[in-house]
Design a binder for this molecule. Structure first.
Ligand SMILES: [Zn+2]
Length: 411
């Protein structure tokens, strides 16, 4: 599946004032990103959108062509008049790897620079072993995938790793992950960089899901909030210009530990009481069902199966959770004034109760100006969101100024 960031007129315009202030490499990076989301765009269109002179556009485009990063092709079905010539990213100019390390499964994807998936694999992780053991497995799975799909001749540009944990993005370190205890402070990015010799980015899984969702929608869908409700509750924040907002330390959107209205004295894994995650996540709903029915903790309960079968207790508890999550999301709307709120994760996938609960609370609580054009929807890309976001982050990195610099030194 291919995703492109579908641009509307507003977002496609790179303000001339901005490009004027940028250095050569920064302008080339901006142009590279523009071409990557508008494949086939011609030099004249770039000049029109950026306000740059045609000759200036050519001065900046030529180095990108020389790097082998882009090709300029004649449109196959040009009409009358001058045949149109368009710029496109060279898919084979590099490969991006994505390792989405979830609690129950690890997904590995190899994609080209046009965001097409070339190969994928998955395995069940074991968090009882040291991080090195699991990451070693990731590396060897990628080696096998590259070999089996005859991709060794293409240069690997970037590896993006998603983890279900707060992440210090600058340093590529997971910080006090509640569900992966051995990973606290482990230098994921540095370890993989040393092992593989490539750029490695590590981000929170919900951040990647938010990016994947935003890039599969119109640019006007941002600012966008992606709320994931599964084993934990988290939120990824996309700014108006389509970038991830990670905050000062990478912890922005960690909404699971906001105090819930009905939180009471329920103890949360974080050590606090009354957190939204402690009363409205999937494990907490399952715990409430066990308690109500006097079941042992060892007894397996599949919440989605109960909901699908119309179990009234399960449905009531899901609705109560949805209402509580809705209150938190309504507060986020006050803070952030998003254009779109997207719901994802297991609880969103199993029924529309989360969606209706969040909608009801937001429309009741948030001010009219903030809800006038607000859309609240379930994820469009579903379980693909994280992988798509990882691919987008990886390609963005390849086309960044640092990425272009690296390609210059290692074509
Ligand atoms: Zn908590």
């Amino acid at each position: 599946m291919q995703i492109t960031h579908i641009l509307d007129a507003e977002a496609a315009t790179v303000a001339p004032a901005v490009t004027f202030k940028l250095g050569k490499l920064e302008v080339q990076s901006e142009l590279a990103k523009l071409i990557s989301v508008q494949p086939g765009i011609g030099r004249a269109d770039i000049a029109r959108l950026t306000g740059m002179a045609r000759s200036t556009v050519s001065d900046h485009v030529q180095p990108l062509l020389d790097l082998g990063l882009f090709s300029e092709l004649r449109a196959r079905y040009a009409g009358r008049g001058r045949p149109s010539v368009g710029l496109t990213l060279n898919a084979r100019a590099g490969i991006v790897l994505v390792a989405d390390i979830g609690i129950t499964h690890v997904r590995l994807v190899i994609a080209d620079l046009t965001r097409n998936k070339l190969a994928e694999d998955a395995f069940t992780p074991d968090f009882k072993v040291a991080p090195e053991v699991l990451l070693d497995k990731v590396v060897s799975h990628f080696d096998t995938l590259m070999r089996e799909n005859l991709l060794q001749s293409i240069r690997v540009r970037t590896l993006v790793v998603g983890v279900a944990s707060p992440v210090d993005f600058e340093n590529g370190v997971s910080v006090r992950p509640p569900i992966m205890p051995g990973w606290d402070g482990f230098p994921i990015a540095a370890w993989l960089r040393k092992k593989m010799g490539i750029t490695v980015l590590v981000d929170n899984d919900v951040n990647l899901m938010a990016l994947g969702e935003a890039r599969s929608r119109l640019a006007s869908a941002s600012p966008l909030l992606f709320v994931k409700v599964a084993s934990g509750i988290g939120c990824g924040i996309i700014t108006k210009d389509g970038a991830l907002h990670r905050g000062a330390d990478g912890d922005a959107g960690d909404i699971g530990h906001i105090r819930a209205e009905n939180g009471g004295n329920v103890t949360c894994a974080c050590g606090n009481v009354g957190c939204i995650e402690a009363i409205a996540s999937v494990p907490s709903i399952v715990g409430q069902i066990r308690q109500a029915r006097g079941l042992e903790p060892s007894e397996e309960i599949e919440l989605s199966a109960l909901v699908a079968a119309g179990d009234t207790l399960a449905i009531r508890l899901v609705r109560e959770a949805a209402a509580q999550i809705g209150e938190v999301v309504a507060t986020l709307v006050n803070m952030f004034n998003p254009s779109c709120i997207v719901l994802g994760g297991k609880l969103a996938h199993m029924s529309d109760d989360l969606l209706s609960g969040v909608r009801a609370a937001v429309y009741r609580r948030a001010p009219p100006l903030a809800t006038r054009r607000l859309t609240i929807e379930n994820s469009r890309v579903g379980r693909e969101a994280g992988v798509l976001g990882g691919i987008a982050l990886g390609v963005d990195n390849v086309l960044s100024t640092q990425g272009l610099q690296k390609i210059q030194s290692r074509p």
